[in-house]
Design a protein around this ligand. Structure first.
Ligand code: F6R
Length: 530
């Protein structure tokens, strides 16, 4: 439960030892049972509290040595910080599976799970790796491991944009981040187009052209919004480079015994670079011999460091829990990848040229969509009493519909279900009624006719219809109750222009309903537990 008793820090029975723990202790129950049998009293329902009790039980006057002895007794994951009130100038930290980073400021040091927490107070950082223990005293820090070996750590400069975190006049970080997209997409494209050869360039892949050309299939692994960005990326790579590409949810990949093939290239996608499911999936793939590249936003994050190379999306710090600009930056990276892989195979100069021109025009197209904000806000007002929504898209717009539904769910708490439009008639149509609006994504491509047929099925059953489209089409206008027209782009790039209205729709819906937009209930920005 979310209670004062369950919040950190947790203490030992003498209240001298305090700990803060991020992660999950899998064997806490047996430890707690044993300690309770020995007479210990616990004040919280957490697994974390057993750590403080265990340290207390084993304490021999040397906090570092005690923590080092206790860690092997814990099964699970931790980013852990320990203090003892008799040693006020000493902090011990330890990491296994959950992030921990040291921030060094002006005569002060901090430990956190994410560099974003440091704000302007820190200039240098040191990332800890799994199995490492840090000791901080008044003057310095030192890092060792459980076997007591000293580990020399590199200090890095903290990226300046991490220190500059403000809402910049916007009511919420989420809205600010939606409005940053023209710039963040531009940053993701900067220096990554090779105009002379009609292709892209990505320095961090650590792969020679010949190695890229030898790839026979691609698998993209991620969670949540990053998974939907990966699903868009999979379609871009399959369509443009003609390489069979599939996606795996990270949590599902860990749940099965995945077959790794040497000709397959694996990408893990993560804004934070710390999502436990994605990190563990990456480690499992690497253990099986796969080459795994990362597509990350957080520079220096665990996934970025442990992958075999990859791409930084450069969208800048994303503070709102609901991911927006990271999604468009992730698909920017995938568009460039698809261009590189496509041009290495059958993609013509003309197709490469066309794609580059449309890609370069995306920031302006998004800028235009932001001018539709008021219209989208009014549409949200009109439907704000609805309790259920359907989101429908086909082809590359199907994962975009899933992303739109996820955005609405997580910040407005309205139930939304995304359906591949063609699947509607196979069962979901039973849900259509005048109180359940459907939001259709209808680009002007070869699937438009089929999408209009699905709209007609909904219309005939009294369902209200909101359409995002890139064409002023009388047939669409006749059936739809509300239409949002976005600028036209290349058919592979429609996810950029179709996702932004849905981000704004979810935002306004949540705002109208008075929700905690930047920190929705039950959610955390980086999910560092499995
Ligand atoms: C949704 C959202 C989550 C994350 C997911 C993966 O708005 O933010 O679904 O996308 O938890 O997080 P990253 O990308 O940090 O691995």
């Amino acid at each position: 439960g979310v209670t004062n008793e369950n919040s950190h820090p947790h203490c030992d029975p003498t209240c001298k030892i305090s700990i803060v723990h991020n992660g999950i202790i899998e064997n806490y129950f047996e430890i707690k049972q044993r300690l309770m049998d020995a007479g210990n009293k616990f004040t919280s329902e957490t697994d974390s509290e057993v750590i403080a009790h265990l340290i207390s039980e084993n304490f021999d006057g040397d906090l570092l040595a005690t923590v080092r002895r206790v860690l092997p007794m814990l099964r699970g994951t931790y980013g852990l910080i320990v203090m003892h009130s008799d040693f006020p100038d000493l902090i011990i930290g330890a990491r296994n599976g959950s992030p921990l980073v040291l921030g060094i400021g002006n005569e002060e040091m901090f430990l956190a799970s994410d560099v974003i927490a440091f704000g302007p107070y820190v200039q240098k950082i040191v990332y800890l790796n799994d199995g490492e223990i840090i000791k901080i005293d008044q003057n310095d820090f030192s890092v060792t491991n459980v076997q007591r070996a000293t580990i020399k750590k590199e200090t890095q400069d903290l990226e300046s944009d991490v220190a500059d975190i403000s809402k910049n006049g916007f009511e919420h970080f989420m809205l600010k981040e939606i409005y940053e997209q023209p710039e963040s997409i531009k940053r993701g494209l900067a220096g990554r187009i090779n105009f002379a050869e009609y292709t892209g360039k990505l320095g961090g892949l650590n792969m020679r052209d010949a190695e890229l050309d030898a790839i026979k299939s691609v698998v993209i692994v991620a969670s949540g919004t990053s998974y939907y960005a990966g699903s868009v990326g999979a379609r871009m790579i399959s369509d443009m480079a003609r390489i069979p590409t599939s996606t795996e949810m990270a949590s599902e990949l860990i749940a099965k015994n995945i077959i790794v093939s040497p000709d397959t290239l694996y990408f893990v996608v993560s804004q934070s670079g710390e999502t436990a499911d994605t990190l563990f999936a990456m480690r499992e793939l690497k253990r099986k011999g796969a080459r795994v590249l990362g597509i990350c936003n957080a520079v220096g994050s665990t996934i970025a460091r442990e992958s075999d190379g990859g791409v930084y999306i450069h969208s800048g710090p994303e503070i709102a829990v609901a991911s927006t600009k990271a999604f468009t930056s992730q698909i920017t990276a995938f568009a460039i990848l698809a261009l590189i892989m496509g041009r290495g195979r059958g993609m013509s100069i003309a197709d490469g040229d066309r794609l580059i021109k449309y890609l370069a025009a995306i920031p302006n197209a998004v800028e235009h969509i932001l001018t539709l904000d008021k219209l989208i806000c009014n549409i949200a007002k009109k439907y704000s009493s609805c309790k259920n929504f359907l989101f429908m898209g086909r082809g590359i717009c199907h994962p975009v519909a899933m992303e739109g539904a996820l955005k609405l769910k997580e910040i407005s708490y309205i139930h939304a279900e995304a359906v591949a439009a063609g699947e509607l008639k196979h069962g979901v149509i039973a849900l259509v009624n005048p109180d359940t609006p459907s939001l259709f994504l209808v680009p002007d491509d070869e699937l438009r006719g089929k999408n209009i047929s699905s709209m007609k099925e909904v219309h005939a059953r009294g369902g209200k219809i909101i359409v995002v489209t890139d064409i002023d089409d009388p047939e669409i206008n006749a059936i739809a109750d509300d239409v949002i027209i976005v600028p036209k782009t290349d058919r592979e790039l429609t996810p950029f222009t179709f996702v932004v209205p849905m981000q704004l729709f979810a935002y306004h819906m949540a705002n109208i309903l008075g929700r905690e937009i930047d920190q929705p209930r039950n959610l955390a920005k980086s999910v560092t537990v499995e």
